[in-house]
Design a protein around this ligand. Structure first.
Ligand SMILES: Cc1cc2nc3c(=O)[nH]c(=O)nc-3n(C[C@H](O)[C@H](O)[C@H](O)COP(=O)(O)OP(=O)(O)OC[C@H]3O[C@@H](n4cnc5c(N)ncnc54)[C@H](O)[C@@H]3O)c2cc1C
Length: 399
């Protein structure tokens, strides 16, 4: 166990809370600082693949996850123009057997709530809401978090889990704007009972289209359908989960799409329609310095086109806590963590970027080139469809 025991965590999203829980489980005392005044009903659907599920199991949250999650039957690709299926690859028990844990769809707020409740039950975690981190400093023996209310918190180590615009990352490596990716995401939650019966199959479905794609799946035990519609646009660069969008404008973006998408959009309500510009960063060359490191979107923000943002944050949390425990010093523990995580997260970031091109094929030659091999594999040797995902879902960082 390194020098001393008090860890500061900046940010109380999925990364911050899971880092706090994993570190508490490894014997550390945590103070977590979050700018929001309280945990709330923000965000929409998140996909938790087997690699993320394994971390939640290790944190003791398997039953809670099963209660809030929806288990999709398959991962399916369809053409957005016609609705025709390119392939459908079983998830459910088949994927659980292959990867060692189930695949879930959750509402971000539900996942956040079970992590938050677990943190409240840990006597060695202190949660401080309504406080914004301005910057951090490291004097070699202690780290300091400078807060907006003027207070300064001291600890033995600091983990910046404060998202894509991380102040901790900025304090470590200087200011650098995140990159607008040229994609805007429309997000919608539609009550299932307001849709025609069986309109949306109980699957993780990617609908590919010209200059955009749609993802549909169920959350909240099947009570809500989650819609994410991505379009290539550069006239909107507001990045916020709280920014509502105009339904007519959203429908216009998907006007030429198939009837299923039209029916789904037809049920949209203004208050659950959000518009979110997608930003990311190139993989960072360095995550840690001395007693300070980063986790989650603070160090590897990515396009959501691999549905792995939350899973990578969960994996970070476990590897970070164990590396810290096993390191001779805090700095050594953080170096080990960074070394173990950087290559994998960079690969997910790059694959997510590549999927933008892959999913946005509207013309026949591009469709044949990109979807033809997938259709052929799905029709002849479906197990081939798993190969691009084995390295992600098969990982178990808790072993
Ligand atoms: C409100 C919200 C909703 C989201 N909803 C979805 C979704 O529906 N689907 C999806 O795929 N992804 C969603 N994401 C992104 C996804 O949750 C993340 O990619 C992933 O879970 C990694 O999370 P993170 O904790 O690293 O970053 P984030 O989820 O961004 O969390 C960072 C946390 O740090 C806090 N914070 C930031 N700056 C400061 C500061 N200076 N001081 C104190 N606290 C600070 C933020 O308030 C936030 O709680 C959402 C993110 C947010 C913030």
């Amino acid at each position: 166990m390194p020098e001393t025991n008090h860890i500061l965590v900046a940010g109380g999203g999925i990364a911050g809370l899971s880092v706090a829980l994993a570190c508490a489980k490894h014997g550390y005392d945590i103070t977590l600082v979050e700018q929001a005044s309280e945990p709330g009903e923000v965000g929409a659907g998140l996909q938790i693949a087997a690699n993320g599920t394994k971390v939640l199991h290790a944190l003791g949250l398997g039953d809670a996850l099963d209660t809030i999650g929806f288990r999709p039957r398959a991962a399916t690709m369809r053409l957005g123009s016609s609705g025709r299926t390119v392939f459908s690859n079983p998830l459910g028990d088949v994927a659980t057997a292959r990867y060692g844990a189930p695949y879930y769809h959750v509402h971000r707020a539900d996942l956040h709530r079970i992590l938050h409740q677990a943190a409240l039950q840990q006597p060695n975690i202190k949660l401080r809401y309504g406080t914004r981190v301005e910057c951090s400093t490291d004097d070699g023996t202690h780290v300091h978090l400078h807060l907006d209310e003027g207070a300064v918190l001291a600890g033995n180590a600091l983990i910046g889990a404060d998202g894509i615009h991380s102040r901790v990352r900025e304090s470590l490596f200087g200011e650098e704007e995140a990159r607008f990716t040229g994609n805007v995401a429309w997000r919608l939650l539609v009550p299932t009972h307001e849709l025609p019966k069986d309109l949306i199959p109980p699957e993780a479905t990617v609908w590919t289209g010209p200059g955009g794609h749609v993802v549909t799946y169920y959350v909240r035990g099947g009570a809500l359908v989650n819609f994410v519609g991505v379009v290539e646009r550069d006239d909107w660069q507001v990045e916020s989960w709280l920014e509502t969008g105009d339904i007519a404008e959203m429908k216009n973006d998907f006007a030429p799409w198939c009837e299923t998408i039209q029916l789904l959009l037809g049920a949209a309500k203004q208050e659950t329609c959000f518009k979110w510009a997608l930003f990311d960063r190139d993989p960072l060359p360095q995550w840690s310095r001395g007693r300070v490191t980063l986790a989650g979107d603070a160090c590897h923000p990515m396009l959501p086109f691999m549905a792995q943002g939350a899973c990578m944050a969960l994996e970070d949390a476990w590897v970070l806590a164990r590396s810290l425990k096993e390191g001779e010093t805090i700095a050594a523990g953080f170096q080990t963590y960074e070394h173990k995580r950087k290559r994998r997260t960079a690969r997910v970031q790059r694959t997510a970027r590549a999927n933008a091109k892959r999913f946005h094929q509207g013309r026949l030659p591009g469709q044949l080139l990109n979807y033809g091999p997938l259709w052929l594999a799905g029709s002849t040797r479906p197990s081939l469809l798993n190969l691009p995902f084995d390295w992600i879902y098969g990982e178990d960082v808790t072993r």
